[in-house]
Ligand binder design. Structure first.
Ligand code: TPP
Ligand code: SF4
Ligand code: MG
Length: 317
């Protein structure tokens, strides 16, 4: 699929001029997480209430007395998690609707958290909110570690990546486990819509955000966001890294609608070797050729599993 052609064809219809996450925030140069967030907010529009767990995006956007948020926004502590507060917001919106106070507006509850706030500390409340069927969208902004507090590993940190709590040295070679796949955990909750996205593919991302918002019930979007600071990568490589992670098959872009899997961005065949992606990042600097081969084997296995689902899954209805 040719992204440039798509952009020319659809951009005037798809992209709002108005920003709901403004410039002037304090994110690092080349931050992929804030870029993804800006696109999410653009695609959501103004009728949302955002619950955002503590993490980089909260820290860089809300230094008192300033705020980058152009919509109602609740900063949620790590402990009570974005999904728990988001489900309370949804109940509140329901009550306001019943009283006729927002009868003419379709306001949506939106919960946003980093990978730490989603895959580790927020997972239980996320599962509860999705299982109860709240009418809300949850976005995980996955930069593959607890970045805001100094690059600690999370269960979304990829195999062999070095972080401050999974350092590469004589004892271990970085993260010892593979990445937890929360999109799959969400599919297992039988959600009507689950998707993966990346701001290096802006139209794909924004279309998925709109689809997720349109669902009456819970929806989940897992957004891969490059963090040049934590990954020890050059800030001008952010978009390229987001493309490489898709072209290598490490993070395929897909959606699951009513149980049916679909790749939304074709991965080139043959896929690019994972080395093209790994070598641009200091967090993988310690890998020798046999380590790279292990990463490649893991990626190949996960990719095969996904392609099997793409080929064999059928929609529930
Ligand atoms: C219970 C609790 N533990 C730890 C913290 C400190 N803390 C604040 S943000 C954060 C990291 C967040 O990581 P993530 O959710 O991945 O977001 P990122 O900063 O990477 O965007 C941590 C550990 C806290 N606020 N509360
Ligand atoms: S540490 Fe990473 S995620 Fe956080 S603001 Fe900087 S580049 Fe963005
Ligand atoms: Mg993180």
């Amino acid at each position: 699929m040719n992204t440039v052609q798509n952009f020319e064809l659809y951009a005037p219809k798809l992209i709002e001029k108005r920003e709901f996450f403004s410039s002037g925030h304090r994110a690092c140069q080349g931050c992929g997480e804030v870029l993804g967030l800006r696109m999410i907010m653009k695609a959501l529009g103004e009728d949302v209430v955002v619950s955002n767990a503590t993490g980089c995006m909260e820290i860089i956007s809300t230094a008192y007395p300033h705020t980058a948020w152009e919509t109602p926004y609740i900063h949620v502590a790590f402990e009570n998690a974005a999904a728990a507060v988001g489900s309370g917001v949804e109940a509140g919106l329901k009550a306001l609707r019943r009283k006729g106070k927002i009868a003419d507006r379709d306001v949506k509850s939106v919960a946003i958290a980093g990978d730490g706030g989603t895959v580790d500390i927020g997972l239980q409340s996320l599962s509860g909110a999705m299982e109860r069927g709240h009418d809300m969208v949850f976005f995980c902004l996955d930069n593959e570690a607890y970045m805001n507090t100094g690059i600690q590993r999370s269960s979304a940190t990829p195999f062999m990546a070095a972080t401050t709590t999974s350092p590469a040295g004589k004892a271990i070679k970085g993260q010892r486990t593979g990445k937890k796949n929360v999109a799959e955990i969400m599919v297992a909750h039988n959600l009507a819509y689950v998707a993966t996205a990346c701001p290096s593919y802006p139209l794909d991302l924004m279309e998925k955000v709109k689809k997720a918002k349109a669902v009456k019930g819970p929806a989940y979007v897992h957004v891969y966001t490059v963090c040049p600071t934590g990954w020890r990568a050059a800030s001008e490589q952010t978009i390229k890294l987001g493309r490489l992670v898709v072209e290598t098959g490490i993070f395929p872009l897909y959606e699951v609608e009513n149980g049916k899997y679909r790749l939304t961005m074709e991965t080139p065949e043959p896929r690019r070797p994972v080395e093209d992606y790994l070598k641009l990042q200091g967090r993988f600097r310690h890998l020798d050729p046999s380590d790279v081969a292990k990463v490649q084997a893991l990626v190949d296995k996960e990719y095969r599993k996904l392609m099997h689902k793409v080929k064999t899954s059928v929609p529930w209805s």
